[in-house]
Design a binder for this molecule. Structure first.
Ligand SMILES: *Cc1c(COP(=O)(O)O)cnc(C)c1O
Length: 439
């Protein structure tokens, strides 16, 4: 059974506690719903990925780039910089957060399948280390912007290695029907290589592949790496020199449910090192500098969401069984993943213990949709009542970052806990914030 909570979460004195702060106090001081982030746990995970990359690849280690889209704000970008790892951004907005945090530009990598001229220009202006190029149009845009700034921009080409990684399985596919990147099989990748080499303002440093998200088995990463390395072999054969860099992307799965065994850096990196070594030997290449891009695996387990129960109702199903509907004060606006992907979570009663029998329950939000469900089927104590607190673990990734204002619900704050002290790092949105957009 995997632990779905961050390292600072304990259950004692009949309550869930984070960094020694009991749930009822967290709710009283910061309101609900609120995302609580365990700063110690976040930093430990960021450092662990960095250390595992260095240990496994030695002088062939590139960077760990934290995928900001999982969750980033100015304070978190500062933590990432302090942990000595890089930052992946994929929009002008995420880049603005990095700039506001004074993030070292050389350790910023820019993604996106439709980067605007303005976004590319800004990135080149501040001197980002790498732009991961996604299309032929973008190659010309990058060359043009670099020329205007009198710079040579380092790029990687994003390639689709023909692998579709699913949540719990990986299958190799013949076609590559996705919006991202250049397909290797169709020859688009090679066309992009030639296009990139035709611009003196562009330095092609290597390839990039990202096969999916919440992947719980490692083999797809090795297949992807092999296809990218094979193309690096073709490049060396054609041009006599080897491309120096390879980015293997992110997607390392975490435990949402106790039965999900997460991919941990101390397992993933030695595995990748071995796979890369084998492929490089096959194609007669030196090992390139390897980078990776974990997002979820760093921030996902570091946060939980605390909600207050507002109403409950019992429903008798056709089968004769009962179901307890528990409505919390957030919902699909702060966690869209169950509605969007059928993602599954657990929850616990956080403010007290209960010896009431467990009954079939469904945890739902406050939005005007039947599909506004956080947990579809779970056994919870029968006496859960208005005013109780429910904590949902592993909401750090793609929770707050995908939050919306649906139904004009202000987005929840993020509160960081460190050594028994709590501080707001992203404040709660207010109705005034929302009305501020009306002209
Ligand atoms: C989303 C994404 C990541 C991070 O994925 P996680 O599942 O959060 O690790 C990394 N690289 C790219 C290119 C992505 O699109």
């Amino acid at each position: 059974m995997a632990n779905v909570w961050s390292s600072g979460v304990t259950f004692h004195e009949n309550e869930l506690q984070l960094s020694g702060m009991p749930a009822h106090k967290l709710a009283r001081d910061f309101g609900t719903p609120t995302f609580f982030i365990d700063e110690v746990d976040f930093r430990e995970r960021a450092l662990a990925w960095g250390e595992a990359l260095n240990e496994s690849f030695g002088d062939r280690a590139g960077h760990v780039y934290y995928a900001g889209k999982a969750f980033v704000c100015v304070e978190v970008a500062k933590w990432i910089a302090e942990c000595g790892i890089g930052l992946d951004v994929c929009t002008g907005g995420e880049l603005a957060v990095a700039i506001a945090a004074n993030f070292p530009a050389s350790k910023i990598q820019v993604h996106g399948n439709n980067k605007s001229v303005a976004e590319i220009t800004k990135a080149i202006e501040i001197g980002v280390g790498t732009i991961v190029v996604d299309s032929l149009v973008e190659i010309s845009r990058v060359a043009e912007a670099a020329r205007k700034h009198g710079k040579v921009q380092a790029i990687l080409l994003r390639l689709t290695p023909g692998i579709e990684a699913h949540t719990h399985e990986s299958i190799a596919t013949a076609h590559e029907d996705v919006k991202f990147g250049f397909s290797i099989a169709s020859g688009a990748a090679w066309t992009a290589v030639l296009a990139a080499r035709s611009h003196p303002e562009i330095e092609l440093r290597g390839f990039h592949g990202h096969i999916g998200s919440q992947i719980l088995s490692m083999d797809a990463f090795a297949v992807s790496a092999d296809r990218l390395i094979e193309l690096m072999g073709k490049f060396r054969d054609e041009f006599g020199a080897q491309l120096p860099e390879l980015d293997l992307g992110g997607g390392y799965g975490i435990s949402y449910l106790p039965e999900d065994e997460p991919l941990l850096p101390q397992d993933v990196l030695p595995y990748l090192a071995n796979a890369v070594k084998t492929s490089c030997a096959t194609y007669g290449l030196d090992i390139p500098r390897i980078s990776i891009e974990p997002g979820r695996a760093i921030v996902g387990p570091a946060m939980f969401t605390l909600y207050e129960v507002g109403t409950t109702k019992n429903v008798v199903l056709e089968s004769g069984a009962n179901r307890n509907y528990i409505s919390i004060d957030g919902g699909m606006s702060d966690n869209i993943r169950p509605a969007l992907y059928g993602a599954e979570y657990i929850t616990v009663l956080a403010n007290r213990t209960s010896s009431a029998p467990l009954i079939a329950s469904r945890v739902v939000g406050k939005h005007c949709e039947t599909g506004d469900i956080i947990i579809r089927d779970i056994q919870l104590p029968a006496d859960i009542a208005p005013g109780d607190l429910l904590a949902v673990p592993a909401t750090g990734a793609y929770g707050r970052s995908m939050a919306s204002n649906y139904n004009h619900v202000p987005r929840p704050p993020v509160v960081a806990l460190l050594h028994g002290k709590a501080r707001v790092i992203l404040r709660r949105e207010t109705e005034a914030d929302l009305l501020g957009l009306d002209v």
